[in-house]
Design a protein. Sequence first.
Length: 141
Amino acid sequence: MKRLRPALQYLWASPTTAVGLLLATLALVGKGRCRIVSGVLEVHGGLVAPLLRRATLLPGGAAAITFGHVVLGRDQTQLDATRYHERVHVSQCERWGPFFLPVYLGASVWALVRNRHPYRDNFFEREAFDAELRERSKAPR
């Protein structure tokens, strides 16, 4: 059963991963790169970087974004810098499966309705930032 669990997690998250794979093809336009790190496809370059700079609601764009088991980043440096945060989103996708994207968007709308920031106050982002802070506080200085 232990070997079956990771397979089920990939299957459960596959609808969201499919969106990531579709967007990952943008890396093929230009000098995009991809590699698998701990079971997650990391993609950067090509049209991914301009997409992340311009097609998000964040001022200045996003450094990286996760869709299932696919993480799109502006460049390798950004992928490295955001890896822990984005892995929290991978875990969230494994937990929520095909419901992740609609529930994530709903959490942003819920934050807006409550006069909060749709990104910083989205509970998925708060969970990722909190976990990232806990992890950084463990790191030797």
